[in-house]
Ligand binder design. Structure first.
Ligand code: ADP
Ligand code: MG
Length: 235
């Protein structure tokens, strides 16, 4: 298990955003983290990436407790944040090289060229971030999350706000990288989960309602599609 979350809780003031959740995500599988707006998806992901401190509970990445091994975790996971904030004035190669330096990588130039190729950024690679379309900005977000070749990928609504063609392209990339990595992907788009995910976790009001493998859907919820299962737990 590459991601293990045990009894994790997080409150903002008096509001419990994440309420005693436990789950695991395993290697080579894309785990969909599904829930309506405000369910607690981003809060969980920010905790897993060390951005939010752990209030109570435990998170392990590759068997390492993120509270004890913060630095190791940074090298073993990649994170695409919600809304993907990027430095708009930077050139594509500049922002990627910057990230590579942050991770103290060797052969930075070659790594930058390689990730440009892997994420389909070549035609735009001479541009400044602000000149890119939203789809290409999202590719930059993926490239930043992947440049250090992490084993675990945490993607917070990676296709939100993209047009249908851009969505298809980003999904292809996620599928490609998901084959060898552990991917935790949040979305509230059922089609996205159906086309990408091997596992489904549904979270609502900070609590995990169900966790199943996509190929168990029919056995567990006879006659229901994913959208109907989502509605069952979140209305
Ligand atoms: P999701 O990503 O599933 O939409 P979030 O984790 O962003 O959900 O939010 C969970 C709950 O916590 C929501 O009710 C949200 O309003 C609240 N919340 C999130 N971030 C903050 C914050 N910084 N301060 C106060 N409340 C927050
Ligand atoms: Mg969110």
């Amino acid at each position: 298990m590459s991601i293990v979350v045990e009894n994790l809780s997080k409150s903002y003031g008096s509001q419990k955003a994440v309420d005693n959740i436990s789950f695991t995500a395993s290697t080579g599988r894309i785990t969909g983290f599904l829930g309506p707006n405000g369910a607690g998806k981003s809060t969980t992901m920010k905790t897993l990436t060390g951005i939010l401190p752990i209030e109570s509970g435990k998170c392990l990445i590759n068997q390492k407790d993120i509270r004890l091994k913060g630095k190791v975790i940074k090298s073993e996971q990649g994170y695409l944040p919600e809304n993907n904030p990027l430095y708009k004035h930077m050139y594509v190669r500049e922002i990627l090289a910057n990230e590579a330096r942050f991770h103290r990588l060797q052969n930075i130039k070659a790594k930058v060229e390689n990730i440009i190729k892997e994420t389909g950024l070549r035609t735009e690679s001479h541009k400044v971030i602000s000149q890119l379309s939203k789809g290409y900005k999202q590719r930059i977000g993926l490239a930043l999350a992947l440049i250090h070749n992490p084993q675990v990928l945490i993607l917070d609504e990676p296709t939100s706000g993209l047009d249908p063609n851009q969505i298809i392209e980003i999904r292809k990339l996620i599928k490609k990288f998901g084959k060898e990595k552990t991917v935790l992907l949040s979305t509230h788009i059922m089609q996205e989960a159906e086309s990408l995910c091997d596992e489904i976790i549904i979270i609502h009001k900070g609590k995990i309602k169900t966790h199943f493998a996509m190929d168990e859907l029919n056995d567990m919820y006879p006659g229901k599609n994913l959208e109907e299962v989502f509605v069952l737990y979140t209305q």
